[in-house]
Write a protein that binds this ligand. Structure first.
Ligand code: AKG
Length: 398
């Protein structure tokens, strides 16, 4: 309908979209119809204004109560309104494409995919084709440092090493590790990933494919601290402010974010480990893939997750310590709050008086290096500190 929008913009699907949930309420439904009407009569300015009104109302709903209670209909509606708003902004061509990209990314972070992940495709299109003044790559010289600041030597002495293997058949992995809940590190299991070839994930590259994309950043030393918070900034801002920061400041961590659902270029640089096909879930259940990108010194406090996990180290190194779930009582989990899967103990500075049993709990540990992949069984406690600027990818699977 307008040359400012890409040919894949789904006009027909938007027109035919049915909100099939009465709980949305007739006010919002009518506002939504008005938004569609204005968009298709090319009154883009008014369409944008109605979208803003809808976004405010839906945002309120998305942020009320626990995230797990938010219904998919509200999240899909948020995506749809973000799509129309970004479409209106581009179509009427007066704003900056960067603003339309921000709208898409907010929709991707808070919404749920619709129409073959259209918001994802529109965001990639804007990033690749419409941003004229992307910051110039300036980090090439920093790459070696980015890759392994480990040269600083951390003097970590590994007393209780996690088993290391070079290659394992699916059957051996299942029998020796998965069925008996034993962690193991794989050497070389990621050698075929495009991300591992020629140090592909340099800072320049990340800026190029994703620099202007908005991502959630955890700010603060660890998520158990009172001062810990979250913010949304672009990847380039994150690199400038936290990865390449000249003076020491607060730690920023792009942690546990499904970046690969947001940025297809990065998704095509990684491969789902074959072992995930040993899933006990339904056949087409894909692992949840998270990115963990941060400077030296990020800490994930001792905690456990319910699923099998492969933690793949692409760039840099991390110190990892693991505790078998049978020692849970000696690890002093928080009680009566959402941190029940998290220990109260600071693993590397234990308060012996408050947590006397902690030091008696056996553990295994490693420095996880670039190219290595660690299998963490379900409910296994893990503590992780980055020893250098680091980029890891985790695969959680049932
Ligand atoms: O690498 C990290 O900082 C934490 C990773 C983690 O907790 C996980 O993969 O479940």
């Amino acid at each position: 309908m307008t040359e400012n929008l890409p040919s894949f913009f789904p006009y027909e699907e938007i027109k035919l979209y049915k909100i099939c949930d009465a709980s949305i309420g007739s006010d919002i439904y009518q506002l939504f119809q008005l938004c569609i009407k204005k968009f298709f009569s090319q009154d883009y300015k008014l369409a944008e204004e109605v979208c803003d009104e809808l976004v405010d109302i839906i945002w309120e709903r998305l942020n009320t109560g626990h995230w797990s209670q938010v219904t998919i209909t509200w999240r899909q509606l948020y995506t749809l309104v973000s799509l129309i708003k970004a479409g209106a902004m581009l179509a009427h061509g007066q704003g900056k494409p960067q603003d339309a990209l921000t709208v898409c990314d907010l929709g991707l972070v808070m919404g749920a995919p619709i129409m073959d992940n259209i918001l994802n495709r529109l965001a990639s299109y804007i990033h690749t084709n419409l941003l004229k003044d992307k910051p110039k790559p300036q980090d090439s010289k920093n790459y070696e440092e980015f890759k392994t600041k480990k040269q600083k030597m951390h003097n970590i002495i590994i007393k209780h090493p996690i088993q290391l293997v070079d290659c394992l058949s699916l059957e051996s992995f299942k029998r020796l590790y998965m069925d008996s809940n034993q962690p193991v590190i794989f050497n070389g299991a990621m050698d075929h990933w495009p991300a591992m070839s020629n140090n592909k994930w340099s800072l320049d590259y990340l800026r190029k494919v994703a620099g202007e994309r908005l991502v959630p950043i955890e700010v603060g030393s660890r998520y158990t601290d009172d001062s810990w918070s979250q913010t949304l900034i672009t990847i380039s801002q994150f690199i400038d402010g936290y990865i390449c920061a000249k003076s020491p400041g607060e730690t920023g961590y792009l942690a546990q974010h499904q970046l690969f659902d947001q940025i297809p270029e990065l998704r095509s640089d990684i491969c789902i480990p074959d072992y995930c096909c040993l899933s006990e879930g339904t056949e087409d259940e894909e692992p949840v893939i998270n990115a963990w990108f941060g400077p030296e010194g990020t800490v994930s406090p001792l905690h456990y997750d319910p699923k099998h996990n492969f933690l793949a180290q692409v760039v840099g190194e991390k110190y990892v310590r693991l505790y078998d779930p049978q020692y849970t009582d000696a690890l002093y989990p928080h009680t009566g709050c959402i941190l029940e899967n998290t220990s109260q103990v600071d693993v590397e500075a234990v308060d012996q008086e408050s947590y006397p049993l902690f030091s008696s709990a056996p553990y295994t540990e490693c420095v996880l290096k670039s190219g290595q992949m660690l299998y963490i069984p379900p409910k296994y406690w893990h503590y992780i500190r980055s020893l250098a600027t680091s980029f890891s990818v985790s695969f959680w699977w049932s």
